[in-house]
Structures are given as structure tokens and as C-alpha cells.
Design a protein around this ligand. Structure first.
Ligand SMILES: *Cc1c(COP(=O)(O)O)cnc(C)c1O
Length: 406
């Protein structure tokens, strides 16, 4: 058994591109907020598919939707109408409040499209993004991403993209000019270290952008779908962005991305953008099922214990339980191990006083998998469906691990 397993890992390392530094863990199955390796060992999953598993693993509503849709129609490019896509677009518009949507396949692709739309609608090429911001790895989205290691080997990227310090409204005001078509920001900077927008920052950014004739694009690829304690994180900031980009957990783990277009943006001109897989019925069926779970079915008796949080309301629970966990961490993680505990809802960042890599290794040995966000931030993205006892078990293991970390 062990030999076979080792072989598969080696084969993967030999044939995959090499861009991913993999952990010593082979994941073969998931259920709810648990992952299982090839020996059947169980791990509490605080990686949450890097934000794509808000509904946990093997959610029965998603499994059923994609099984049925796969037997009916998988591919259907948008040169045809399709009733599953129609239902999905209507549902997405209704829950988001954005009247039109463009369907894509990933987060970077959603941002790529949003940047194109900003040029089309404003006739301006400039973009202001934030330091520590992350928007994806394709050329346009990468131009707006801050991390040097991701960006510098590929210079020159698209010109006219500037980075200003996040949560600093004066620097944004100074950077705006009549060449700026869009201001692109996250609500909580995820990859950049889990830094939430301060109260009033996004509102002020919106006012400045609009006064300057620029669009406000909000990247909710990581913060969307209940992660921060509301269906979309920007609802907590009292803003109405012109464009919102989403992906990760929108279709219960099935690859999908989308650009949400406000009334102000309106429709796009024919043939100005497109995607072969965008709006495929398989992803739309998953997306439709996911919307039902996020908004209605969290309390359905059809769900197993692994997919039903104790009080039935996934998103409200992410807000209240998330805050309780943050308070517990603030009180119990020793000063010598951590500088700060940040986040919103079920998005957690613990700024460590040392490197996060050995901490992640110890956690994994103890049956908890988690994420970094930069070299010294421990990031936790538990599935919203995680059972409360599993979440507290993981929190205690983290506290014990940090007790002995540095
Ligand atoms: C993950 C992420 C992206 C990129 O999404 P992909 O699907 O990996 O291309 C973009 N923006 C934010 C905020 C993200 O967290």
C-alpha cells in the first residue's frame, strides 16, 4: 500500500510542470470539512480548497446537480440559449443585486475581463490597485497583483497599473487622475496576508473613484459566498461597486468565475469578450445548486451531519462563530508566537513572529491542514459547513502548536 502511494507522488512530481511545491500529503477523498489520505487518515481542512470549498467536500446538493446535468448536457457554448444557464444567471443576479453577469471559469479570468470592460466603458487605460493585492496570474490580472515574485519575471506587463497602500485614502486620492479607468480592490486582502478593509475605506474609495470618472471594481474571488459572514463581503462596507468579480466557491468547488455588472455598466457590445467554457451547463447547474445552499437549504434535513452546521444558517454562523474563534485566538495564542489575529467571518489570519512553514508542517502532523498568506501569516479558510466541534478542535491544536513554535 505505502509503496504504491509513494509511486503516485513520485509520478506526479516527475510529470507535472513543477510550479507547485507540494506537501507530503496525498488527498484522496473529502467529506464536509474533512480530508482523507490514502491510508484513511482524517485531517481537519482549514485550507478549504484555497477558498473554493466553502460548501465543504462532496456536498450532496452539488453532487446531485452535477450528476444529473452531466447526464443531460455538459458543453453548450453561449452561441446557443440554455435553460440551466438562464436560471443560473437569473438567480445570480437576484442574490447579488447585479442585473447582468458574464460567466467565466476562474478568478483571474474574471479580473481579466473586468479590466477589459473598464477600458471599454471609460476609454481610459490606467488602473489603481493596492499593495499586497492579489488578483490572479494571467497578464492583465497579474499586472494588478502586487507580489514581486509573481510579477517581476514577466515585466513589462500592461502599462498604466499603479499600486497604492491599502487602507490609505490619501494615497489613493493622490494617485487618481484623468487616465485612471478603474480602482481595483479586495474587501479583505487574502493572499496578501488577510488584511480587512478598515471601516469607511471602501466607501471613501468609491466616492473618490466616481468623482474622478473611474469605475470601482471589487475582487470578491476569495471573500465572496459567505466567507466573511455575508453572502458578499462588500455588503458590510456600504458600497455599490460598478463591477464585482467572483469565482472560487461560487459553484460548490466546480471551476467557475463571473463578472457582475451593475446597472451603471449595463450591457456589453456584442463580441467584445467571450469564452468557450464560460456559462457551460455543468458549472451553471453546480452554481445554481450552490446558490440554493447558501441562501435556503443550509437547514435541509436531507443533509448529512458533515454538511449541516448546528444552527442551520451557514453565513450568519460564519460571522458569529468566526468572531468567537478570533477572540479565543487573541486570548490564547501566546504573545511570543503571534503579533496579531485578523480577519472577518471565517477568514482568519494570524501574523506570526516567525516563519509559517514549520507551523504548517506541525499542524499537518497533528491532523490539521491550513494555509500561509506570505512567509509569516497563518491563514485559515475553513469550509462554512465545518462542524463546530471540529473547528474548536482545530483551534486548540493551533494554540498548542503556537505555544511551542518559536
Ligand atoms: C484566488 C484569487 C484570484 C485568482 O483566482 P484563480 O481562480 O486562481 O485564477 C483572484 N483574486 C483573489 C482575491 C483571489 O483570492
Amino acid at each position: 500500500m505505502i509503496d504504491t502511494v509513494t509511486n503516485w507522488n513520485e509520478i506526479e512530481d516527475r510529470h507535472s510542470s513543477g510550479v507547485y511545491l507540494k506537501r507530503e500529503l496525498q488527498v484522496v477523498r473529502g467529506e464536509g470539512a474533512y480530508l482523507f489520505d490514502e491510508t484513511g487518515r482524517r485531517y481537519i481542512d482549514l485550507v478549504g480548497g484555497q477558498g473554493s470549498a466553502n460548501l465543504g467536500h462532496a456536498h450532496p446538493a452539488i453532487v446531485q446537480a452535477i450528476t444529473e446535468q452531466a447526464q443531460t448536457l455538459i458543453s453548450c457554448p453561449e452561441l446557443f440559449h440554455n435553460p440551466v444557464r438562464a436560471q443560473y444567471q437569473a438567480a445570480l443576479s437576484e442574490v447579488s443585486g447585479f442585473p447582468r453577469v458574464f460567466l467565466a471559469n476562474s478568478g483571474t479570468e474574471a479580473n481579466e475581463g473586468a479590466l477589459k470592460i473598464a477600458r471599454l466603458k471609460t476609454g481610459r487605460r490606467g488602473v489603481i490597485a493596492a499593495m499586497r493585492g492579489f488578483h490572479g496570474r494571467t497578464m492583465g490580472a497579474l499586472s494588478a497583483t502586487w507580489e514581486k515574485a509573481y510579477r517581476e519575471p514577466f515585466l513589462p506587463l500592461i502599462d498604466g497599473v499603479m499600486h497604492v497602500p491599502y487602507n490609505n485614502i490619501d494615497k489613493l486620492r493622490e494617485a487618481l487622475n484623468d487616465q485612471i479607468g478603474a480602482v481595483l480592490l479586495e474587501v479583505v486582502q487574502g493572499e496578501g496576508g488577510v488584511h480587512p478593509a478598515q471601516a469607511g475605506y471602501l466607501q471613501a474609495a468609491q466616492e473618490l473613484a466616481h468623482a474622478n470618472g473611474s469605475l470601482l471594481i471589487i475582487d470578491e474571488v476569495q471573500t465572496g459566498w459567505g466567507r466573511t459572514g455575508s453572502l458578499f463581503a462588500h455588503w458590510q462596507d456600504g458600497i455599490s461597486p460598478d463591477i464585482v468579480t467572483i469565482a472560487k466557491s461560487m459553484a460548490g468547488g466546480v471551476p467557475m468565475g463571473a463578472i457582475l455588472l451593475s446597472e451603471r455598466i449595463g450591457a456589453l457590445d456584442p463580441a467584445t469578450h467571450g469564452s468557450t467554457f464560460g456559462g457551460n451547463p455543468l458549472a451553471c447547474a453546480a452554481g445554481l445548486a450552490a446558490i440554493k445552499v447558501y441562501t435556503e437549504q443550509a437547514d435541509s434535513p436531507a443533509l448529512s451531519d458533515q454538511h449541516r452546521p448546528a444552527d442551520g444558517d451557514l453565513i450568519r454562523r460564519a460571522r458569529t462563530l468566526g468572531e468567537a474563534v478570533r477572540e479565543h485566538l487573541r486570548a490564547n495564542v501566546p504573545e511570543k508566537a503571534a503579533r496579531e489575529v485578523r480577519g472577518r467571518g471565517f477568514m482568519f489570519g494570524i501574523e506570526l513572529r516567525g516563519k509559517v512553514a514549520p507551523v504548517l508542517k506541525t499542524l499537518q502532523e497533528r491532523g490539521v491542514v491550513a494555509l500561509p498568506a506570505g512567509p509569516s501569516v497563518l491563514r485559515l479558510l475553513p469550509p462554512l459547513v465545518i462542524r463546530e466541534d471540529a473547528l474548536w478542535e482545530a483551534v486548540h491544536i493551533i494554540e498548542e502548536t503556537l505555544e511551542n513554535a518559536f
